[in-house]
Design a protein around this ligand. Structure first.
Ligand code: IMP
Ligand code: MG
Length: 333
């Protein structure tokens, strides 16, 4: 009983959606709730050869018993929620908080006209502009949108109640070093914080409802968009090593650093307070890990990375993610 938070240690694209899908099934979660900024994130997972991909509806949708919710701190695009819940036939179990800021088409226009957002390579989802207006106390809220009638609720209340009697999975989005007030790369950040505390605030969960915080650490971290990155690989080097990746949401080519930056990992862990670590994209770190699901498949090279990460942050590595399938995961406990 309690809530599990899935949070990204670095710059994103580490597999939060996939873990939300996996854990919603593994824990038979009562609620999977989306936290984070808004539809500037794209979450995806493969089930066989079927790609399940959303920008707002949580990927806990893979468990038909799980209620799908969007926290009040997430900026929403109503038409996207309707479209995604129709596409994945989960409308009857999908709902948003009545207080969510609503993104209107003019917010996207405002963002596209911003020289700063152009410079930082924003996704132009309208999330930041909608959030800014909301903070100026003139924003539209989800409860006022006719098209969402029957799909609005008090998500904060539902989640706090569900965490008392069952399991709530908080599907974070964006990532620690994209946090507007906590990253050192401002203005190359998103429009809110994206740490554990920020994510539970997006939902309205009380801190003591949380009993598990899984920090996702991508073995060879990536980032999309402009901004400083330490120890960055060149495009050629990325291609030569077969590590080219494209963003789920915008299709932009991902930038990449040479490996886990341990000083930044320590800082990230300090901000997020993880109870455990999931190492993701292990197959990129060691090809022999590709698609593996059993502990006996863990290579020596992989074990030494696990040991190094555990020494760095003083919490156990409990999951290894080894491929794009929703169940290509090795549970270590
Ligand atoms: P915005 O939040 O769309 O304005 O984007 C600001 C910066 O954060 C850009 O560099 C984006 O690429 C990046 N960003 C925003 N959301 C995500 C995400 O979910 N994953 C990875 N990068 C993101
Ligand atoms: Mg927030």
């Amino acid at each position: 009983m309690g809530a599990t938070v899935i949070v990204d240690a670095f710059w994103g694209d580490a597999g939060k959606g996939k873990f939300a899908a996996y854990l919603s099934r593994a824990y038979d979660a009562d609620i999977c709730v989306r936290a984070g900024v808004g539809p500037n994130a794209g979450h995806s997972v493969f089930v066989g050869d079927r790609l399940v991909k959303t920008k707002l509806v949580p990927l806990g949708l893979l468990n038909p018993r799980t209620r799908l919710r969007i926290g009040s701190g997430v900026a929403i695009d109503p038409s996207l929620i309707l479209e995604e819940s129709r596409r994945y036939r989960c409308r009857s179990r999908t709902a948003v908080d009545f207080r969510c800021p609503v993104i209107e088409p003019r917010h996207v226009v405002t963002e596209r006209e911003s020289a700063v957002l152009l410079e930082i390579d924003s996704t132009f989802s309208g999330s930041g502009a909608a959030r800014a207006e909301y903070i100026m106390r003139s924003g539209l809220r989800a409860g006022e949108v006719d098209a969402l009638r029957g799909m609005v609720t008090d998500v904060a209340k539902e989640c706090n109640v569900a965490a008392r009697n069952g399991r709530v999975i908080v599907e974070g989005s964006q990532a620690t070093f994209l946090s507007v007030y906590l990253s050192d790369r401002y203005p190359y950040v998103t429009s809110d914080n994206c740490t554990t505390a920020a994510l539970i605030d997006d939902v309205g969960l009380a801190w003591n409802a949380v009993d598990q915080v899984i920090l996702l650490v991508k073995c060879i971290p990536t980032a999309v968009g402009a901004g400083p990155l330490p120890n960055e690989m060149s495009r050629d080097e990325i291609a030569a090593r077969g590590l080219t990746e494209y963003g789920t949401n915008t299709g932009r080519e991902r930038r990449r650093i040479r490996g886990i930056h341990f000083e930044m990992l320590r800082y990230s862990a300090m901000l997020n307070g993880p109870t455990e670590i999931a190492l993701t994209y292990c197959e990129q770190f060691d090809r022999q890990m590709a698609g593996k699901k059993e502990t006996r498949a863990i290579t020596r090279r992989m074990r030494s990375l696990i040991a190094r990460v555990e020494r760095c942050v003083s919490v156990p590595v409990t999951y290894l993610e080894t491929g794009k399938q929703y169940d290509s995961i090795i549970a270590l406990k």
